[in-house]
Design a binder for this molecule. Sequence first.
Ligand code: 13P
Length: 248
Amino acid sequence: MKIRKLIAGNWKMNGSLAANAALLDGLLAGVGAAAAEVAVCVPAPYLAQVGARLQGSPIALGAQDVSAYAQGAYTGEVSAAMLQDFGVRYVLVGHSERRQYHGETDATVAAKARAALSAGIVPVVCIGETLVQRDAGQTEAVVGAQFAAVAEALGESIDGIVLAYEPVWAIGTGKTATPEQAQAVHAGLRARLRDAYPAAAGVRILYGGSMNAANAAELLAQPDIDGGLIGGASLKAPDFLTIVAAAQ
Ligand code: 13P
């Protein structure tokens, strides 16, 4: 089964009205009829600006987080229904920066994924091990446990997610997992998806962690790497477009 790849930019906490406009101009000028699906996950205050600019374009709108709760007294939170109001198609959940700096647990991540799905938004569920865990030979166990928490919470609706493998040690460090290291983890995740629910074998598994214009083609050529989640390189239109073009 040929899976259409997804290249998603994660702008993280970067941007301004002016910088976003310039970046989007560059992206829209060069994206053309990409073989891959393309998305940008932007800071919540810019959803309206970016959504308006992307209207009718081949680039989908994404957010970086969503509340596990539907509405009410949760100061500072943004609900899935609010994201839906702005035409959001994808939302990151469980990014390692949220797990690390905002205390998100596997249970929180699973609840957020469920909230997104119930609003018709595709959660991009991020999982990955730290360097200490990798060096201790725990990669498979760590990503397996992170995956299992989401699989148990979602049941058969697991087939509506996107999975992103982001080794923590590769994020923003310039250290990329080798294509072989990434492929090995992705193949394990594919098997877990299939075991969880046969239809979930077609769930896209993205790689994230220092993917850039120079290394994207080799990573994206691996049989179980179905796209990329790009941080730093998504802030430069030419680099991001090179990665998009590498995704066939
Ligand atoms: P970098 O591409 O900057 O390493 O970030 C990866 C990431 O965290 C994407 O979500």
